[in-house]
Each structure stands twice: as C-alpha cells, then as structure tokens.
Design a protein around this ligand. Sequence first.
Ligand code: FE2
Ligand code: FE2
Length: 269
Amino acid sequence: MKNLFEFAEACLHSANIDEKLALTHQAWQALESGELSLISNHPVLPIARVIFPDKPILLAPRNMPKRKLGAPEGVSAFFHAIAHVEFVAIYLAWDIAYRFRGMPAQFYQDWLQIADEEAQHFELIGTHLQAMQMNYGNLPAHSGLWDHAKDTADDLLARLAMVPRCMEARGLDVTPAIISKFKQLGDDASVALLNRILTDEVGHVERGSYWFKFVCEQQGFEAETKYRQLIGQYYQGGKPKGPFNREMRLIAGFSKAELDWLETQEPAL
Ligand SMILES: [Fe+2]
Ligand SMILES: [Fe+2]
C-alpha cells in the first residue's frame, strides 16, 4: 500500500519537476482507487529541507523586470510568473498535508486533490508558454512565495490564514480584471485558461476557510477574531490591500464581517 506522507516527502524534497508532477498525479490516482494509506508513520522533516529547482532564479519583486500585457513578451512573462505561482502552490498543498499531522482523513484528501489541481494548472500553463516559445525557468521568478510557508511551519491556523485565506484569496480579487484584459486583446486561449484556474482556486480558498473554522472550533477560538489576530501577526504591513472580490470570497467561505473588516481602515488586532 502506498502512503500519502511518503509521496509528500518525495515531492517536497526533490528538485525534479517532471518527477514531482508525476508523483502528484500518482498519489491522487492511488487515493481515488482506494490504494493510498493516510497513516502517518514518518517523522516530519524541518521546512528548511524543502528543495526547489535551480531554475527559475528567484528575485525580490522589486528586482523583477516590468511587464505589459500589450506586447507578446509581456504576455509570456505574465504566464511565466503565473507558472511560478502554480509551481509553488503544488509545494504549498503538499506541505500543509505533510507538516500538520493528526487531522481527519478528509483534510489530507482535500490537500492532495488541491496539489493535483495545482499540478494540472502548472502543466496547462506550461503548454501555453511553449506555444509562446517560453519554458518555465527561462525567466527569473518572485522569491517571496514560499516565505509564508516558512513563517507558519509550526502553526496550522496561521498557515491556513496566510496561504489559502490570504495569498490564494488574492488571486480571486485580481484574476477577473486580468481575464477582461485578455478578452479585450482577443486572446481566447488565455481567457479559457485563466477561467479554468479561477474556478478551481475558489475551491482551494473554500477548503482553507472550512479547515480554518474546523481547527478554530477544535481549539476553542472564535474564528473571525482569530483570523484578524493572525493576519495582524503574520501579514507584513498589517493587512492585505483591496479591492476585494466579495462575491467570490463569500463563496470561498469568507463571512460578511470578515470582508467588512478587510475593507475598513481599522488596523489588525
Ligand atoms: Fe492553482
Ligand atoms: Fe490554488
């Protein structure tokens, strides 16, 4: 019988991209056919041991070249950046399953399904990039995406608040406007790809909200207060900036009160 935590360990500690994608799909198929054990029989390795490929080279956002969607190089640079977001998202989904033990089986099933969807997103973007004579790794990429994972490696609630309920939720805010831009440019392939990803991402944020509330209840915290407190503690600058996509965030498990709080000038707790 294959084991979820062995797959997770292999995916997080290998620089080989193709192997990581193949293992992620294999793990999901094993789960779907009832051949995946969720019994955790391995110690958890520290997050500093997680390995990324040599390429892309990682740069601080301020050092990244500027891009405009009006020019072909701008479009390929944009999708290269999105490919990197999806690539790190594969790690993030594996890491939350790997690092936080003792949760119900559904928790691990959810994050494995998300890892598999992130791998699909990465592959779809890879194909899209190839049509533009671009490969993942050809350009530099944003260095900060893994920071939230490192910051929250021993706190599941903080991880859920910062990754699905902050980083991924940001995608719901900004993607619709980018889709409109590609519509204006008549780029139907990009529109279809981004719509597909957006639909899946609503589900990822929803799972983040679900498990955030679940763990709050388990630990005796009031979820909305705890969310504000964790954002205040972990989010640099105190609070994410809007505008927020209220409609999609509500579907993804944000409450009206949380959205009102995000939109006000009121500082974090
Ligand atoms: Fe994704
Ligand atoms: Fe996602």
